[in-house]
Design a protein around this ligand. Structure first.
Ligand code: BGC
Length: 391
């Protein structure tokens, strides 16, 4: 234990040195004084107040070398810190400093997304013969649950420390008709930090009327540290032979297209920047990658490995396992240098990427996509595990 602590302190001191001599980010420098990243039970502090006075809290927790801060507003991961190959910590998740900034201008940084991750065409779908009109907030379409999605609500948060794990349980009841969706949806999302430093997300939901549901998490990753520049050199692998091409509004056309011979082929790890400017019509339309990959494993009863991300400079790696059938890979195309992050630096196009495990966008309007329908008496359950390492 003592040895461990010393090693970490030595590593942290080295980080301070590297930050000053090599021009590292403010984030790296501030981590110099950080204590050992052992198991730390969740601790709560006041983060801010919404315009109506509602208090928003921030929870800090750590385990197995991973340290995170989570807001009760939107279940937002404000920061997630992991070590590089020299034990130097960096915050690898884009975030903002204040509650006001999140409320005013966050493009879903670190947030929980619901009721429906990604887009539903024209914000409309028909279920059991009834057509529902959802909140439209992205051109003609509904994005990430509509204008007031789960990312814009305060969740009830219950901390836990059980066996070797620590974590947070987040609860929210979405009333019948919220954003146009049928059914009262009772949602529970559990964030667990395991003793191996994995971040596991378990989603659960029940309804009292037939509805559709597709929950996900919208962390923007930069394994070199948020605010450190582009992720184009990050190597990405996605275990998918097909993806879903979209129309200009980024709604799937319904086709399941092969990735072979296209820039969309990530079956072997390659740098994100390698084919980013290949000029494929689907890339031009989306301003980069902003598509759903059809995972070869399909829907599974347990989480299976589907993607790896590696930053060659720091050696930091992220491996994702899920039971979901799809992965939305978004290459940060709409970051435009107007937001300043937690480390005091602005975020520009391609400074992060999102890897959102989920069902396919617009599934309620495509009968051949895996179903997102949830009926009374059934429980929606899904799990995604993020494992961190160095290589
Ligand atoms: C979508 C993008 C969108 C981003 C932020 C991603 O999940 O695929 O089109 O711009 O979220 O809203």
């Amino acid at each position: 234990m003592e040895l461990n602590r010393r090693t970490v302190i030595a590593g942290a001191a080295a980080a301070g040195l590297a930050a000053s001599t090599l021009g590292g980010t403010a984030q790296a420098a501030s981590s110099a004084a950080r204590p050992s990243p052992g198991r730390e039970k969740p601790v709560k502090e006041l983060f801010g107040r919404l315009p109506d006075g509602t208090q928003v809290h921030r929870w800090s927790l750590a385990n197995g070398g991973t340290r995170m801060k989570v807001l009760s507003y939107g279940g937002i991961v404000q920061s997630l810190e992991i070590p590089d190959r020299h034990g130097r910590y960096a915050n690898v998740s884009l975030g903002l400093d204040t509650l006001d900034a999140y409320v005013e201008s966050s493009p879903y940084f670190g947030a929980l997304i619901g009721r429906y991750g990604n887009r539903i065409g024209k914000g409309r779908f028909t279920l059991d013969g009834t057509t529902y009109q959802l909140s439209v907030n992205d051109g003609d379409n509904s994005l990430h649950g509509g204008a007031q999605g789960f990312d814009k609500h305060v969740w009830d948060v219950e901390p836990f420390a059980e066996g070797p794990d620590v974590g947070l349980r987040l609860y929210r009841t979405s009333p019948d008709g919220e954003m146009g969706y049928p059914g009262t949806l009772r949602v529970k999302v559990t964030y667990t930090l395991t003793r191996h430093g994995e971040w596991r997300i378990d989603y659960e939901a029940t309804t009292d009327r037939p509805t559709v549901v597709n929950l996900t998490s919208h962390v923007y990753w930069n394994l070199a540290g948020e605010g450190s520049g582009t992720v184009e050199d990050h190597e990405l692998m996605i275990a998918a032979s097909r993806y879903t091409p979209t129309d200009p509004g980024l709604i799937p056309t319904g086709e399941l297209a092969r990735v072979a011979g296209t820039p969309f082929d990530f079956r072997r790890a390659k740098p994100i920047g390698q084919d980013l400017r290949a000029g494929h019509p689907q890339q031009v339309q989306a301003k980069g990658y902003d598509h759903n990959w059809v995972l070869d494993k399909g829907v599974t009863t347990r989480p299976e490995p589907i993607a790896t991300l590696r930053d060659p400079r720091s050696g930091r790696t992220l491996k994702i396992a899920t039971d979901q059938p799809g992965l939305q890979f978004y290459s940060g195309n709409f970051l435009d240098g107007t937001l300043t992050g937690t480390g005091g630096r602005t975020y520009r196009q391609g400074d992060a990427l999102c890897l959102e495990t989920q069902h396919f966008p617009d599934s309620p309007n495509h009968a051949h996509f895996p179903s997102t329908v949830l009926r009374p008496g059934r429980t929606y359950r899904t799990t995604t595990i993020h494992s961190f390492g160095v290589r």
